[in-house]
Design a protein around this ligand. Structure first.
Ligand code: ATP
Ligand code: MG
Length: 729
C-alpha cells in the first residue's frame, strides 16, 4: 500500500486516501485527476472492496480499458478484471438489458445510432407532411436530444412555454409532436437511442425503487472522470446510486468543459456541492504533463474567460520552448509545414510517429493533412469522421445482425428489406410502415402475422416479402447456436451481401471488399478473444452487437504500429502527446462561426483551445492559413482572435517558409501558380494583395500586430534566411 501512495504527490495522496464521503476533485489539465481516480480504485481494492462493488464512469470506452489495465498493473489483473468500468452508455445499457422488462422493452433491444435516429425523424416528418426544408432531421434530432438530456419528455416539452415559443418563432411548432412520435416509434421498434440509455436508466431507477436500491447497494463506491462534461440526467443517475452511502468521487476541470453544445452542464460541478453538502473539495495544482511555457501559455489563454473557478496551475517540468505560431499561406502549405515538422522533430527528438497529434476543430479539416501525410509516406491514424462502422457496406451487414437480434428494429428493417435488391420497392415499404403505424405494431409484425394484418400487395410481392421473412428467421433460429463469427458468415453469404460486394471489380468495389474482409477479421477476433479469456458464454452475435453499437468515434482500436494521430480537439480530451499541432486557428473555424454571437459559446470555444494546448507535453505548434479551400471554393481567413489571448511573451511566431527547402518551394510555387512575392512578403506586407487577401481586422488590431512583432528571437535550430524569413507582419 505504501508503495502505491509513493507515486503520488501530497495533494493527490490526500484525494486518494479520503473515503469518508462525497468528494470533488477540481483541478487543471494534466494535474493527475485521472491518475487520482486510477490510484483511488487500486487503493479501494487494496482496502478489501470487491471489484464488482466499484463503479467507475469514464468518458470513452478506450479510457476505461486503459484505466483497467493500469489498475491491473498496480494491484494484479485478477482484481481489476471484474470492475464495473466504462462509459455511462455502456454501463447503463448493460443494466437496462437486465431490467428492460420493467420499462416496457425486451432485453434484446437494439441501439439506434445518429444515422438511424435521423432517418426515423425524416420518416416521421414526411408522414406528418412537414416541410423538410424547415424540419431538418439533424436539427430536429439535436433538439430532441437536448430535451432528453435535460430530462424534458414530450409532454413536458409541449407544456414548456419557453420551448414552444422558441419553436413557433422559428416556424417549427410541430417539434414536440415529432418528439412524441419518435419516442413511440422507438418503443415499437424495441430500440433505444444513445440518449435513451441515460433517460431510461433514470426512469427505471425512479419508477422502480427496489431496482434502484439493488444497484445502489451493489455499487458501494462510484467514481466519475471528466465530470465537467456530464449532463443533467447523468448527474441525476449518479445521485440516485449514491444518495444513501454517499461514497462518490468525481473529478473534473471546469476549464475543460467542451460539450455544452450537447447538453453537458458546467454547473453540474457547482451543483454537486448542493447535492452533497458535506462534499470535501480537493484541488491539484501541479501539472506533470507539460513544460512550464505550455502551462503558462494555456493559463494566459483561459484567463480571458469570465466564468471559471480560480486555479493556480503550475509546472515544475523544464521551461521548454515557447508555443510556436506558424502563419501560412494556404491549407496546402499548412499540411506541408506540419508534415515537415513531424519529420524534423522525429529525427531531432529521436521519437516515434505516435508522439505527434494533429488536432483540428472540425473533421473536414483532415483531408489536406491526409493527402500530405500519404504523399510523404508518414503513417497516420484518423479518429472520428466517417468511422469504419458507419460505412455503407458495414452498416448493411450490421443491420442484418440487428434485425436477427431484434426483428422489431424498424431502421434495420427498412435498410435491408430490399438490400441486396429483391424487388421490394418503396411503395411496398410505405404500405408496410403505414400498416404498422395504423395497428401500433412493428413492421416485422406485419410480415409475421399476415392473416391478422392485411397488406394490400400483389401475390408476387408477398412471396418476396415472405422469402425475406424466412431468410431472417433462419438467422434468428441460430442466434444461440452459432457464435458471432459463424452466424455472421452465414448472414453475409445467405443474404446475398457477399455476392453483391464481389459482383464488381472497380476501385470502389475493391475497397468495399477490403472493408468486408476487415470486418470479418474483426468478428473472428472478437470470438477468439472471448474464448481465450474463458468467456464461452459471450461469443454470440448479441454480445458482439452490444459492444459495436456503443463504439463511438473516440474508440477506434489502435494497432501496434506507431502512427501520427489526427483527431478533433473534442476527441483529444484526456489524452497527451509529446508534440501537438493545433491547426486552422482562424476566425470562422476556431472559434466556430456559430459561436461568435454568443459570449457563452465563445467561452466554450476558448476552453476547447485550452484543451488542445494542454494535450502537449513538449512542443505545441499552432498554425493558421490565409487561404483555405472550403465548401468547394477558396476562402480568405483572418487569424483566430484566441491567438491574441495568449501571452505574447510565450508565443514565438515563425515564418514557416524558412522550413521549406528552396527547391520544394520552387516546385510548389510553380504548381500553385502564385507569384513569389506573395509568399516571400508574408502577411501584412502584401502591398498589392492587401485588398484581395488582406485582413483589416487582423492588421488593425494592435495587440496582435505588436505581439507578432515582439518576436525578436529567431528559431535557434533554424537560423532565418533574411530574404525569405520575413516576420509575418
Ligand atoms: P486532463 O485534465 O488532461 O484529463 P489529468 O488531470 O487527468 O489531465 P493525468 O492524465 O492524470 O491528468 O496526468 C497527466 C500526466 O501526468 C500523466 O502522464 C500522469 O501519469 C502524470 N502524473 C500525474 N501525477 C503524477 C505524479 N505524481 N508523478 C508522476 N507523474 C504524474
Ligand atoms: Mg484526465
Amino acid at each position: 500500500m505504501e508503495k502505491l501512495l509513493e507515486k503520488l504527490n501530497e495533494s493527490q495522496r490526500e484525494a486518494v486516501v479520503y473515503t469518508d464521503g462525497p468528494q470533488l476533485v477540481i483541478a487543471g489539465a494534466g494535474s493527475g485527476k485521472t491518475r487520482v481516480l486510477t490510484f483511488k480504485i487500486a487503493h479501494l481494492l487494496q482496502m478489501g472492496l470487491k471489484p464488482w462493488n466499484i463503479l467507475a464512469l469514464t468518458f470513452t470506452n478506450k479510457a476505461a480499458k486503459e484505466m483497467k489495465t493500469r489498475i491491473g498493473d498496480l494491484v494484479g489483473h485478477e482484481h481489476s478484471k471484474r470492475l464495473f468500468m466504462g462509459t455511462f452508455h455502456s454501463i447503463f445499457s448493460r443494466i437496462l438489458r437486465a431490467e428492460a422488462h420493467h420499462i416496457g422493452f425486451s432485453s434484446n433491444f437494439t441501439i439506434y445510432d445518429e444515422t438511424d435516429s435521423r432517418s426515423l425523424i425524416k420518416t416521421i416528418c414526411k408522414e406528418m407532411k412537414l416541410d423538410d426544408k424547415l424540419y431538418k432531421p439533424a436539427m430536429v434530432h439535436s433538439r430532441i436530444s437536448m430535451a432528453k438530456n435535460h430530462f424534458i419528455l414530450p409532454d413536458a416539452y409541449a407544456a414548456n412555454s419557453e420551448l414552444m415559443l422558441r419553436d413557433s418563432r422559428e416556424r417549427l411548432p410541430a417539434i414536440h409532436k415529432v418528439y412524441a412520435a419518435y419516442m413511440q416509434r422507438c418503443r415499437l421498434a424495441n430500440a433505444m437511442d444513445f440518449d435513451d440509455l441515460l433517460v431510461l436508466t433514470y426512469r427505471l431507477f425512479t419508477e422502480h425503487e427496489e431496482v434502484r436500491k439493488d444497484y445502489a447497494q451493489r455499487f458501494q463506491y462510484v467514481l466519475v472522470d471528466e465530470y465537467q462534461d456530464t449532463n443533467h440526467v447523468q448527474q441525476l443517475i449518479v445521485t440516485q446510486l449514491t444518495k444513501e452511502h454517499r461514497h462518490i468521487c468525481v473529478v473534473g476541470d471546469d476549464a475543460q468543459s467542451i460539450y455544452g453544445f450537447r447538453g453537458a452542464d458546467i454547473d453540474n460541478i457547482l451543483d454537486f456541492q448542493q447535492q452533497f453538502p458535506e462534499t470535501r473539495l480537493f484541488k491539484l495544482e501541479q501539472n506533470y504533463r507539460s513544460t512550464q511555457n505550455i502551462v503558462n501559455a494555456a493559463n494566459s489563454l483561459i484567463s480571458h474567460n469570465q466564468r471559471q473557478i480560480k486555479k493556480d496551475v503550475f509546472s515544475q517540468n523544464d521551461e521548454g520552448e515557447k508555443l510556436i505560431l506558424k502563419p501560412v499561406y494556404s491549407d496546402k502549405e499548412e499540411a506541408l509545414v506540419v508534415c515537415n515538422d513531424i519529420k524534423r522533430l522525429k529525427k531531432t527528438e529521436d521519437g516515434e510517429y505516435s508522439d505527434f497529434a494533429i488536432l483540428y476543430r472540425t473533421n473536414s479539416q483532415s483531408r489536406s493533412f491526409e493527402e500530405e501525410l500519404r504523399r510523404q509516406s508518414i503513417p497516420y491514424r484518423i479518429y472520428g469522421g466517417l468511422s469504419f462502422y458507419q460505412r455503407k457496406e458495414i452498416k448493411d451487414i450490421i443491420a442484418y445482425f440487428r434485425l436477427a437480434m431484434n426483428t422489431d428494429d424498424e431502421e434495420a428493417f427498412k435498410r435491408i428489406v430490399n438490400y441486396p435488391a429483391r424487388g421490394i420497392g418503396d411503395t411496398t415499404l410505405g404500405k408496410i410502415t403505414m400498416a404498422a403505424q395504423n395497428n401500433g405494431v412493428s413492421c416485422w409484425d406485419i410480415l409475421s402475422q399476415p392473416t391478422r394484418f392485411q397488406l394490400d400487395v400483389n401475390k408476387g410481392t408477398w412471396t418476396k416479402l415472405l422469402n425475406f421473412r424466412d431468410l431472417v428467421n433462419g438467422f434468428v433460429a441460430q442466434l444461440d447456436k452459432l457464435d458471432a463469427y459463424e452466424l455472421g458468415m452465414k448472414i453475409i453469404k445467405e443474404s446475398g451481401i457477399q455476392a453483391d460486394l464481389y459482383g464488381a471489380s472497380d476501385a470502389d468495389s475493391l475497397s468495399r471488399q477490403e472493408n468486408l474482409q476487415e470486418f470479418v477479421g474483426g468478428l473472428k477476433e472478437f470470438v477468439e478473444i472471448r474464448r481465450e479469456e474463458g468467456n464461452e458464454d459471450e461469443v454470440f452475435l448479441s454480445n458482439y452487437l452490444q459492444e459495436v453499437s456503443l463504439l463511438s468515434d473516440l474508440d477506434s482500436e489502435g494497432d501496434d504500429e506507431s502512427r501520427v494521430v489526427l483527431m478533433t480537439v473534442h476527441s483529444a480530451k484526456g489524452l497527451e502527446f509529446p508534440t501537438v499541432f493545433v491547426v486552422g486557428l482562424e476566425e470562422n473555424i476556431f472559434p466556430s462561426p456559430r459561436s461568435t454571437d454568443s459570449p457563452r459559446q465563445l467561452e466554450e470555444e476558448r476552453r476547447l483551445l485550452y484543451v488542445a494546448i494542454t494535450r502537449a507535453e513538449k512542443h505545441c505548434i499552432l498554425t493558421c492559413a490565409k487561404n483555405r479551400f472550403r465548401f468547394g471554393r477558396m476562402e480568405f481567413d483572418t487569424p483566430s482572435r484566441f491567438i491574441r489571448d495568449i501571452d505574447p511573451s510565450l508565443l514565438n511566431v515563425q515564418n514557416p517558409m524558412a522550413d521549406l527547402s528552396a527547391q520544394r518551394l520552387e516546385r510548389r510555387l510553380h504548381q500553385d501558380d502564385v507569384p513569389t512575392s506573395r509568399y516571400n512578403s508574408g502577411w501584412g506586407e502584401m502591398v498589392d494583395g492587401e485588398k484581395r487577401f488582406g485582413n483589416p481586422r487582423f492588421l488593425n488590431s494592435k495587440p496582435v500586430a505588436s505581439q507578432f512583432m515582439a518576436d525578436p528571437i529567431p528559431n535557434p535550430a533554424r537560423p532565418r534566411q533574411p530574404e525569405k524569413a520575413v516576420d509575418p507582419l
